[in-house]
Unconditional design. Structure first.
Lengths: 266, 266
DNA sequence: GACTCTCTATTTGTCAAACCTATTATTGTT
DNA sequence: AACAATAATAGGTTTGACAAATAGAGAGTC
């Protein structure tokens, strides 16, 4: 008999338990909204302690696979995965990637241009009246004076999201969520200083018009031009910025003392 | 002085701690590869106990934000987010959504058609010789006789992934990962019964040819036809299936006893 | 002197047993 | 019948301890 030397497990118990339960959920052995045994029972069944079970459950809860409630009739339940939550998680992850500079500006810009162009075509074909209203409302907001940079950027995000929603395709929307939420801020942070805003709002207006008229090709052409216009502005803005302040390393002030918030000492 | 009545916190301590640390990582107050204080120290600083700190850290570890090592020079470190890991997480989440029927067949199919068409155009423009080789290798594999359904499907996935990779756009690749990995299996499970395979391989061959010749429009047209052909096959397959076995509710056998694997009782 | 081995200190991983707190079903009272 | 007190349940947290892994220092050997 061949003795296998790879049987011993080096991963943590909590990790293993989490993986087991996740697998059970993923392939349907645990149905949606099904109640898992309580923590003590789980600990006993797996032959581990309750804190370890809890670590495992926390991991799964962090991935939105389960939820817990206290009290009788409480317990741990398998959650129905909702597109919104998943989209949010994807966005967070993508934002982090973008933040660390995993992608180049050009990559992000090309991805935006191509995917949003596509969405415009589909949106023109499938948009509802409500979609048009939502987009028009954002444009009106963007035309207001005295809007803060953050508010303008947020409205911009919502406008582009509205286009995606107007495609009427949930699967596409899930993917695009990440693009819109995490790619736009990067491209927009430096832009819209002052009167770039009006040009952006005008572009949005024309795009809306084309989508309203069910002119998919026109809308696609317009948003492509809109985003490619961004590229020029972005490049020059970055150059200006680089010239203005030479490479600096963020001068960590009192980092070690303030990086973790301090509670009272009980 | 206005007393605020919404100050009391109803969320768990572990959750709060996780959120605080995540926020610190996200906006850069905790640098990549920086070492956090050890668990005891964290517990003391936050004014909570170590198991609670550990639950919080597990949550963050589940999101690939931190990693932990034992021993001296060990501890908890902020991880550099890697696109591969994020892509995998996105894929898992998307797979779950698809599995629960959150999206319709038509939605998924349209999303695939549109996004992959786009990728073909970009791939034709940017593909390298290595990309072409990878695609050719998969086609050769798909032409082999005696390939299992799983193996054929896996090769199909790799082929479509190769197209995405050939775009040379990492950001786009991240998004498409979810589409390819989680949308393809759904559309393919029922297909490729017997000799559909040859038609698929032929389609792949023509697409490769077009991409090799830098004919973006041609490649786009071909993959669109390829995927739209799938729609017909899929619809008829599903109808056949529905007719063959009437609505059944999966006859849970001994679910309650086997849903959670049982360890020995120590 | 250079190398290898062992030992130790540090840090995460796991455990046990208790207590706290939120939630709900039940019971009792009006 | 409606409402309020109460008990039971199950997750949330704490305390304190021990186990396991590992980097690095120090002892021993060639």
């Amino acid at each position: 008999m061949a003795l296998r030397y790879d049987e011993i497990v080096r991963t943590g118990l909590a990790r293993q338990v989490a993986d087991l339960i996740r697998a059970a959920i993923m392939d349907g052995r645990l149905a949606i909204d099904e109640r898992l045994p309580n923590e003590e029972e789980l600990a006993h069944r797996f032959g581990i302690s309750r804190p370890t079970v809890r670590e495992a459950l926390k991991v799964l809860a962090a991935q939105n696979l389960i939820r817990s409630r206290r009290g009788p009739a409480g317990g741990t339940f398998v959650t129905r995965p909702d597109p919104e939550g998943v989209a949010q998680a994807i966005t967070d992850a993508a934002t982090l990637l973008v933040g660390t500079g995993s992608f180049g500006r050009e990559e992000i810009l090309v991805a935006r241009i191509e995917t949003e162009t596509l969405c415009c075509r589909l949106a023109a074909a499938n948009r509802s009246a409500a979609d048009l209203e939502r987009m028009a409302a954002e444009i009106a907001l963007q035309r207001q004076d005295g809007l803060s940079d953050e508010d303008f950027c947020a409205s911009d995000v919502r406008f582009h999201r509205a286009i995606v929603t107007a495609t009427g395709n949930g699967a596409l929307r899930l993917m695009m969520h990440a693009v819109i939420e995490s790619f736009i801020p990067v491209t927009n942070m430096l832009i819209h200083r002052d009167n770039e805003r009006h040009r952006a709002a005008d572009s949005h207006e024309r795009i809306l018009q084309a989508i309203a008229e069910r002119d998919g090709e026109g809308a696609a052409r317009l948003i492509r031009r809109h985003l490619e216009g961004l590229r020029g502005v972005l490049d020059s803005a970055l150059e200006r910025r680089a010239a203005a302040r030479p490479p600096q390393v963020s001068e960590g002030e009192d980092r070690t003392s303030s990086d973790i918030p301090r509670h009272d000492d009980r």
